[in-house]
Design a protein around this ligand. Structure first.
Ligand SMILES: Cc1cc2nc3c(=O)[nH]c(=O)nc-3n(C[C@H](O)[C@H](O)[C@H](O)COP(=O)(O)OP(=O)(O)OC[C@H]3O[C@@H](n4cnc5c(N)ncnc54)[C@H](O)[C@@H]3O)c2cc1C
Length: 397
């Protein structure tokens, strides 16, 4: 049987793309260098619109059975001003579920891979892609090595790069560029910190911020994001650096006092990087392989799933016409821009706010007096309110 599409990477973006293409009757070859379940550094928050996509993928029931629902977010500014926003319907905008979700990535990703396994997808674990085959301005497939160190050449009219932030495909095609935002995340789990109700908690304290996400009863994911330059001298002593940094974040320190860290610190940085759109035909990039900014607004998984949806639409059309030229596949880039560009502007504006103490305090005090605006902002970050609604609301008074 010939392969229509090779998908490299079976994280949320790759698994979702495989499910959607298999459901369209295409012959899909999916490979991942890992064996599932596999760990993934993440804040483990799922935006309230992610369930819409998980439902479409046939994975929502399994996710619902294990995820902790989050009614909203509690945000603490540097001066202690606390904002509590909920994921509620606002005017015409309704979230698919009136809550976000917290669940371990190992579990989420394993659920999606299980769904892949229930479909006629040729899925191989422990196959590491090492290179892309490019000829005549077209990607023709990939070179890989399997678990027994055997070299493989896999060819198909279309290759989909879903190989995450380390994407070999983006690098080999010369698309990856550094970002000037140089931050690092330190991630662990804490227990016995007292119940915050069904809320995710964010502590903004420039130049750092931290997120507490209750992934299971009595257990929370704690992610602390710091400037790379501050963490670099501590690379051999990350535990000590993490503990010192938590003490420095006063409001977080008070919140987790009496709790205990129950996992090693895992670090990742720099967090942000850019990826250009491919100029070659025969290839699409989804999820983190197509770029990443910052985990503050927690949309990475949603964006991965949504980009899979958009890529699948373009792939089905292009393969149906037998035309996988760069020109035809550029429709996907346009659709991505349309889907994500407005929110990216909000995300970038928020980065300016959280990087400056007086501005962060001022914004928090303003939002504390405007609950509707706060809920709208949470709706934008939760992917169910269009960003332009914020502009309309700000100027409505
Ligand atoms: C610190 C941090 C916190 C975050 N917190 C959140 C959060 O709370 N909520 C949220 O929505 N997003 C969060 N994100 C972002 C989120 O983790 C990513 O956006 C998401 O994992 C992207 O999914 P993906 O499928 O594109 O990539 P991945 O999940 O990284 O999957 C890529 C897959 O490709 C495989 N692969 C890689 N290279 C190869 C190769 N050469 N050959 C074969 N297979 C390969 C890997 O094994 C992996 O399974 C966070 C990110 C960071 C860094």
């Amino acid at each position: 049987m010939t392969t229509d599409v090779i998908i490299v990477g079976a994280g949320p973006a790759g698994a979702a793309t495989a499910i959607l293409l298999a459901e369209h009757g295409l012959s899909v070859r999916l490979v991942d260098r890992a064996r599932f379940p596999r760990p993934k550094i993440c804040g483990e928050y799922l935006s309230p619109e992610a369930p819409r996509l998980l439902d479409r993928l046939g994975a929502l029931k399994a996710v619902d059975a294990v995820a902790s629902p989050l009614t909203g977010m509690r945000i603490t500014a540097p001066d202690g001003t606390t904002l509590v926003g909920t994921y509620r319907p606002i005017g015409a905008w309704r979230p698919y579920r009136e809550h976000a979700m917290a669940l371990p990535r190992e579990t989420l990703d394993a659920i999606l891979v299980d769904r892949v396994r229930s479909l006629p997808v040729d899925f191989s674990e422990q196959v590491r892609v090492t290179d892309v085959i490019v000829s005549g301005g077209r990607v023709l497939g990939v070179e890989a090595v399997d678990g027994d160190h055997r070299r493989l050449t896999i060819r198909a009219p279309l290759t989909i790069a879903a190989d995450g932030r380390a994407s070999v495909i983006a690098r080999r095609l010369g698309l990856r560029r550094p970002h000037r935002l140089q931050r690092m995340a330190l991630v662990t789990y804490v227990e016995d910190i007292g119940d915050a109700g069904r809320f995710g908690e964010i502590f903004v304290d420039p130049p750092d911020y931290a997120i507490l996400n209750p992934v299971a009863p009595g257990r929370a994911n704690l992610s602390v994001v710091v400037p790379m330059a501050h963490a670099a001298p501590w690379s051999g002593r990350l535990d000590a650096f993490f503990d010192a940094r938590v003490r420095q974040l006063r409001h977080l320190a008070r919140r987790v006092a009496g709790g205990r860290r129950v996992a090693a610190i895992r670090a990742m940085g720099p967090l942000a990087y850019r990826v250009d759109a491919p100029r070659t035909g025969g290839v699409l990039l989804v999820g983190d392989a197509a770029g990443f900014f910052d985990p503050f607004t927690g949309e990475g998984i949603f964006n991965g799933l949504r980009s899979a949806e958009l890529a699948a639409e373009t792939a089905v059309r292009a393969l149906g016409r037998g035309d996988v030229s760069a020109q035809t596949l550029a429709g996907y880039e346009r659709a991505r821009r349309l889907a994500f560009a407005d929110k990216e502007r909000v995300t970038r504006a928020l980065q300016v706010v959280i990087a400056h103490r007086p501005l962060a305090n001022l914004t928090a005090r303003l939002l504390a007096r405007r609950q509707r605006l706060l809920d709208l902002l949470l709706g934008v970050l939760g992917d169910f309110v269009p960003p332009r609604a914020l502009v309309t609301d700000v100027f409505a008074r």
